[in-house]
Design a protein around this ligand. Sequence first.
Ligand SMILES: C[S@@+](CC[C@H](N)C(=O)[O-])C[C@H]1O[C@@H](n2cnc3c(N)ncnc32)[C@H](O)[C@@H]1O
Length: 256
Amino acid sequence: MNILCPVCKKRLYKKDRSYRCESGHNFDIAKEGYLNLNRRDSKNTGDNPDMIKARKRFLDKGYYAFLAEAVNDLLEEGDSLVDLACGEGYYTSRFCCKDKIGIDLSKSGLKIASKSDKDTLYLLNSIFHDPLEDKCCDKVVTIFAPIAGKEICRILKDDGSFILVRPDKRHLLQLKQIVYDHPYLNEAEDVVISGLTRTDQIKIEEEKTVSKEDLSDLFMMTPYYNTTSLTDKKKLEKAGNTKISFCFIIDIFKKG
Ligand SMILES: C[S@@+](CC[C@H](N)C(=O)[O-])C[C@H]1O[C@@H](n2cnc3c(N)ncnc32)[C@H](O)[C@@H]1O
């Protein structure tokens, strides 16, 4: 897959420790290995270092390994793959494809990702303005992240697929029962994306015992973390090892 200059949209070529286009725009590769192509003055800087560290600690314990395997089963080694909002690359690095690009706005996420996974090109950029050519990839993956529908349609080859992972209704219910007086189920309505048609849906779930030390990291990975009061968050400190349901929906979309 070729990457494009964010200034003039011409193709970028790697030379030593930087990428350069024929107009002379130059982008140095960070010492960890990722490439910063973000030229937008956006307030969104992705997940902060504490969120990234918490997610890394939790994912490295293997609780979500079954999800990585389920997505990997949908991929082929010969596929070109773009992981949109790849975070610290836990899933990206495990995907079997040889030609992989991971995109995220979190510098701390990409530092971790690119330091340990040299098989993937990690780009610091918004997923809503991918520095990639039209119809360049076989698979696009988005896991627990915003859906950039227009860009997904643009970069996918005509016979390519988009794989979306999102939480199902009962995902993390027991965790919410610790924190909230009236926990609710997640919304899990069908996702509609203009230009794409859903061709399959897979639901997977496992119940696992999460150690008391890992509960806070897990909670920090959720969207509720920023909207929950300190008093409610502190309830997690009193909880012991807890059985938690991990319930995921994997949607597969084709163009058209
Ligand atoms: C919940 S995390 C999921 C990360 C990864 N897919 C995973 O499941 O481990 C959401 C990610 O989306 C990234 N993100 C949010 N908005 C973004 C945007 N507009 N462009 C690129 N990345 C974005 C955040 O930095 C964060 O890493």
